[in-house]
Design a protein around this ligand. Sequence first.
Ligand code: DP6
Length: 329
Amino acid sequence: MSRFAQAVAHSNIALAKYWGKADVVRNLPAVPSLSLTLDGMRTTTEVTFSPELLADELLLGASLQQGKPLTRASKLLSEVRGLAGSSLFARVRSHNDFPTASGLASSASGFAALALAATRALGLQLPPARISALARAASASAARSLFGGFVELAAGAESAERVAGPEHWPLVMLVAVTSEAAKDTGSTDGMQHTERTSPYYASWVSDAPRLFAEVKAAVLGRDFARLAPAVEQSALAMHASMLAANPALIYFRPATLSVIETVRALRKGGTPACFTIDAGPHVKVLVEPNSAATLRSALASTAGVLRVLESAPGPDAAVFDGAFGEPSA
Ligand code: DP6
């Protein structure tokens, strides 16, 4: 039995946001979320379980990790060891083809790829929902990156579910990158701080299901005019709950607001586009394919935008049985 596997998972951007936990220990989300998996932003992860290792090791790009990132990965690996009845430690090598830890959802694709590679390396053939649940325990948004296309994670759910495949609606997601720096406050700490200190957190949690339902109906009906206001309201209501925290959690930078202005001005002129913002300063702009070029050049010439990444709806996470193999699942 092989103790090595390599997996690829794609990042996802929530159109209806997850922010807040129903159960901190089990990492269950307080609100339902719906995301789009992106073909242009991916993590490749190799896992090797070996009797020669005395502890788990995690290499992200070229840098060996200690502390929180290693602890989180090790926790997931221990879950997998438990399921497989193994006591071997693992060496994990993971590489993103986009900037890490600055609100570009690297933990989502990272933990999805890790859950898939680790289970396969120890010979486990688990159903996607089970792998999604392993990823969710590490980082709830990662549950969604197991699936391609449009994906939901219900409030309190163990695992994510596909809403529609990538071919359902060929939208384009443009990411206006406004900083290369790592963010100060990660999502996990940020949402718990919001829950503890923001008087608007309860309102966010009570209204999020309505916004989720609106986003889901618009996605299923491929109705951009219905989708755009719900996507923006979900992002801005989430950020409003953070802004009212004490001390305030402000992920926006001047360039973030400049991009919002650009998108709103174009929409006023009839271009179908809407924005969303996660726990970082970048702005993700969703657009119909025939307006992607217009949007892309408008974003690139907006003050403070460093570069623009472009993605179509992405595929399911996939495992490679050998380092240079073809995806087999
Ligand atoms: C703003 O999934 O990173 O991107 O479960 O604590 O790891 P943990 O949080 P995480 O939060 C993502 C928050 C978000 C919105 C979203 O992706 O739905």
